[in-house]
Structure formats: C-alpha cells, structure tokens
Ligand binder design. Structure first.
Ligand SMILES: [Zn+2]
Length: 99
C-alpha cells in the first residue's frame, strides 16, 4: 500500500530546461511533444527569450521598453540583489509581472 505522499513523489517529472523535479501540475508541456515539459519559471524565461528575438526583427517603442527592462533585470542579477532576504523577494515578485 502506498501513501498519498509516495504517490505524488512517483509522479514527479523533470523540467527539460533546469532539470529540477516538479509535480505534473506545475509543468507545461509542448503541444506536439507532450514528453517535453518546462516548469513555470523556465517557461517564463523561454517566453522572454522569444520576445527578445522577435524584438530584433520588429524594433519599436515596445521593444525598446523591453530591452530597458531586460537591462535593469541583468543589473539586479549581476549585483545579486534578487537573492537578498527581503528586497530580493520583492524584486522577484515585481519581475514576474514585467515583460
Ligand atoms: Zn525549469
């Protein structure tokens, strides 16, 4: 007999990007290849990369704003501010809502 916790552990799958394990409900799969799944953070990161590449071929005001936000994000990460105990949590929460 297996407990519910053991059952949940058996169903964990790996993210194909960061290789961390997650319950299936916390992963998104590709349409034509459901065996390929990404965690929400990696899916957000891939989405940003796709927009950055699209901005290269479609320059404009929105692209410039997204590049500015990406520059700020890179500056925060290079300084390690996103890992600070209180400020880091706030910065990560803000980042989830940025383009
Ligand atoms: Zn991941």
């Amino acid at each position: 007999m297996t407990t519910q916790a053991e059952h949940l552990n058996e169903e964990r799958r790996r993210c194909w990007c960061c290789d961390e394990e997650f319950p299936p409900a916390l992963l998104v799969s590709l349409g034509a290849h459901p065996e390929v799944a990404l965690c929400f953070d990696c899916a957000r990161w891939i989405g940003r990369r796709a927009r950055q590449q699209a901005d290269l071929v479609r320059p404009g005001l929105r692209a410039r704003v997204r590049r500015s936000v990406a520059g700020l994000r890179a500056a925060v990460i290079s300084r390690g501010w996103h890992d600070l105990p209180v400020v880091g949590r706030i910065l990560r929460r803000i980042d989830r809502r940025l383009p």
